[in-house]
Design a protein around this ligand. Structure first.
Ligand code: UDP
Ligand code: MG
Length: 336
């Protein structure tokens, strides 16, 4: 891409884009836009905001269209339906031609007032990624805090890649990382994981996560579970290894018991009449182990099934303020 050749790390005119996925966010869009715009207007460099309307069924679409009509520095991608948070962020990155992209929630949990600090941190440390670590999280349930904490710690034990703890998608990435990200072909993207995976110079930035300014979370428990299990399956083969280990232990126990009972029968130290309870217990237990193991295997087969179909990750219905219509159809990696 020509961007990488003409713009260098300390070029004064580096463009900054803010990527904001939105799903049924009518309650926050206007306030969110005003705050983000105000933060960007304080910067000397060219800026833009890329909103991705992830198939909202409320007024999000018309609100975004109205903003884009008055502010040419606001670009909008409307998805044909709800594809999910990660595909929405992916589309934003795929369609970003800026030198720096900052990924943020629409609900202002990630305060846009921090954008200048993120850029300063990037410049000071010559970082390729500045990832934002939550020092505290306001307005979240005990359940969400506990499960999130547990999840990031388990992920780190299971995966070959090290993930920074308590870090969401709120981060600044530079052109090199954007280019690297655009080369990923996998459908089930766990974006924060992939950005850790690409390497380069990544530095933390600590902040206090605020409460949602309005509206409800768009991550109900079902979506949270599928997000977490997807992350695990895409980044770790350990569940398969654990399943194998479980099978191995069962076989060992089986062999030891078989020898014990046979010797018992020959030498008469074991009562050959095994009771109903012990038989039922072992049937249920080993049946469970088998189903669990097959289930784990099935999860990976399911992923293979999805990946092999290679469907597009998202479909764009309409776009606003993008210069070429071509950008709409072609994904960067499809051009290669
Ligand atoms: N989001 C989206 N598609 C979805 C779910 C969420 O684009 O299917 C957006 C949502 O509008 C928000 C961001 O992703 O800007 C994070 O969602 P949310 O704030 O509801 O999650 P939480 O912060 O509660 O984990
Ligand atoms: Mg949020």
């Amino acid at each position: 891409m020509s961007n990488e050749q003409v713009r260098t790390a300390d070029h004064p005119l580096q463009k900054v884009a803010v990527i904001v996925p939105c799903y049924n966010e009518e309650a926050v869009i206007e306030a969110s836009y005003q705050r983000t715009r105000a933060a960007l207007d304080r910067l000397p460099q060219p800026t833009e905001i890329i909103y991705i309307n992830d198939g909202s069924s409320d007024q999000t679409r018309s609100l975004l269209d109205r903003i884009a009509a008055t502010d040419p520095k606001v670009k909008v991608l409307h998805f044909s339906r709800n594809f999910g948070h990660q595909p929405a962020v992916t589309a934003g990155i795929n369609h970003c031609d800026a030198d720096f992209a900052i990924i943020m929630d629409a609900d202002m949990q990630d305060p846009p007032e921090l954008i200048p600090d993120l850029l300063r941190k990037q410049a000071e440390e010559q970082a390729n990624v500045v990832y934002c670590v939550r020092r505290s999280r306001a307005g979240e349930s005990f359940f969400k805090l506990f499960t999130a904490k547990a999840f990031y710690r388990v992920m780190n034990r299971m995966s070959e890649v090290h993930f920074p703890l308590d870090t969401g998608d709120f981060r600044l990435i530079d052109r090199k990382v954007i280019a690297a990200f655009n080369r990923f072909h996998e459908r089930g993207k766990y974006i924060r994981g992939l950005i850790s995976w690409v390497g380069f110079h990544q530095v933390p930035f600590y902040y206090e996560r605020e409460a949602r300014i309005a509206g409800e979370t768009k991550y109900p428990i079902g979506k949270m579970v599928s997000f977490a299990s997807n992350a695990m399956l895409y980044f770790s083969k350990k569940p398969l290894r654990l399943a194998t280990g479980l099978g191995f232990i069962s076989v060992l126990v089986g062999i030891v018991l078989a020898i014990w009972f046979t010797l018992g029968k020959i030498y008469g130290f074991s009562n050959a009449e095994v009771g109903w309870t012990s038989i039922m217990t072992s049937i249920i237990f080993f049946g469970g182990v088998q189903l669990l193991t097959v289930g784990v295997l099935g999860q990976y087969v399911g992923i293979l099934f999805d990946e092999i179909k290679a469907r597009p990750e998202y479909i764009i219905d309409e776009q606003r303020n993008f210069t070429t219509a071509k950008e709409q159809e072609e994904m960067p990696h499809e051009k290669a």
